[in-house]
Write a protein that binds this ligand. Sequence first.
Ligand code: GLA
Length: 685
Amino acid sequence: MSETAVATLIDGDVSAFTYGCDYNPEQWSAETWLEDARLMTDAGVTLVALNIFGWAQLEPVRGHYDFSALDAVIEILHEHGIGINLGTATASPPPWFSSDYPESLPMMADGTRRAFGGRQAFCPSSPAYREHALALVEKVAERYGAHPAVRLWHVSNEIGCHNAHCYCDTSAAAFREWLRARYESVDAVNDAWGTSFWSQRYASWEHIQTPRLTVSTGNPGQALDFMRFSSDELLAHFRAEKAVLQRHSAAPVTTNFMVTAHIRNQDYWSWAPHMDVIANDHYLDHRLGDARSELSFAADATRGLAGGRPWMLMEQATSAVNWQPLNLAKAPGQMIRNTLSHVARGADGISFFQWRASLAGSEKFHSAMLPHAGTDSSVWREVVELGRILEKLAEVTGSVVAAEVAMVFDWQAWWATDLDSHPSAEVRYLPQVHAVYNALLAAGVTVDIVAPGAPVDAYKLVIVPSLYSVTDAAARVLADYVAAGGHAVVTFFSGVVDEHDRVRPGGYPGAFRELLGVTSEEFVPVPRSAVLSLSDGQNAGLWSERLRLDGAEAVSTFTNGPVPGVPAVTRNTSGDGVAWYLATALDEPSLRATLVRAAAEAGVEVPVERDAGVEIVRRVGASGSWVFIINHTDAAFEYQTQGTEIITGAELGIRASATNEISKDGTLDVPAGGVRVVRESRTKK
Ligand code: GLA
């Protein structure tokens, strides 16, 4: 990854947040463009994503290009001093393309094709799509590559949001090529996929297909490799567009990731090194139990993809979205609060989808910076207020988030864990990851999200939630870390299979057995309604194991359920370090208490008890440190500190002196629903 700093995109010499939006001027008249640019300036907008869905306007008829409207909009924005995050417009091919190349329409797992009429209606392996998309990118890059307003390139849009998996014959041929490169021989594929089972052994490459719907359960190895192939296929497309852009432009190139709970199609650990800037789109998902915690998790995971460096929030909503069953409007102050959670967790750029609410199309009820109601609206006033706050917070940009704890997270493990025919359909990867993350969040412990096998020596504690599939190499990194004195917590259904979804024999948790000093003979899941009681008074559910100690000590045992007397939580001294195993799904208070105990033992600074709805995160930079206190509760919160609160200008904990009339104690009042950011006068760890 190259080192383009988000905060220097607008003016290389001045560090500031980028603030902006997607703008779809194709939907508006030329008079509106002028009004929009003026209002953008009022709101403090500095970066606008343009031309995201522009293909039908730029190439209305095959091979005939018309750049006049885009030229005009770019000039208007440039004259207003607004930078451009220029889309390549390849996100959605126009009607003529689908009509000329019907075979490029994506095929579903049941063998039916999807029609034109939505967006992203193309097969990722379609040669026609690749050819026409790159021809368009060439034209766009030639025309605007050296334009001074273009600060960033935005390849396509949310790549693979709708069309990540295509099951057509073209995809099957590309899948076989991908398999050849990975395995070299059909026999190696057979071994990896375990095709001796159910008479599935392949004698020829030509017989291997995409995993279309089968009458019984399909082959899990095939399913996993197809997901890897599909992620690689779209990454290859991103790289092809990037290569064209780089021939014409020195501006950095990115695309907007979807690090979110409801889309898991791309292995972003493999995509991230190809981005010049890491950008994520995030929307509160009220279908989840805890939308606010998921926001923090997504922000931390995005920072992980950025290698700890600042990143950009490319899209969020000012208020409601349009694509959930019930689209909740944000409460007053919530948008600013949510935005500053992203900032606290490392975002140096904040953008929204979209600038002006559409009047037509399927997203007309999606909120925007400028709502249907216009500027006399609370959404607009909050948008303007946020612009002012980000200006005040400029000094924070470039700093990094301080974390002593790492949590391992993996898209490939997510795919593998959620395959069918497992011990319990109730055990899904993301809910287990979220449970661990939320317990730490509630305890006020900030975590970095890392890939399996990433170096973790800098952390005091590493947590590995339900990492069902793991490579030998990644398991070794954790074992070495603990041997050298690190502390680790591994939770149930981890280490079970290798990267091909082949079971590691000799007992569970396979790859981590030795590290944890336990062996499990059998998984014993329980119904969701069952409450498992533990000997130390804690409670759990979902899962138990026939576990025996092989060196570890039992921290607690089950006192009821199918395996009474069997260890539930264990602790093993391994080399110079300590490794805990949680062989069950502890309930929230029990999980929080156990993780806090492991963290404290590892020397992690655990904040004092406070309401879990108060989020406290510290960013640290060359010139100092800033603590964000985000109060999601209905009650005011008092925080003791010394320094200057940047949003209100309050001085805290500054002693009176002859020359300085300010005399305050260090009590900062963070109002209900409010956010305060303190430049600390003494840097804490
Ligand atoms: C995604 C897309 C946008 C828009 C929003 C709506 O983020 O990139 O084009 O559809 O969703 O929430």
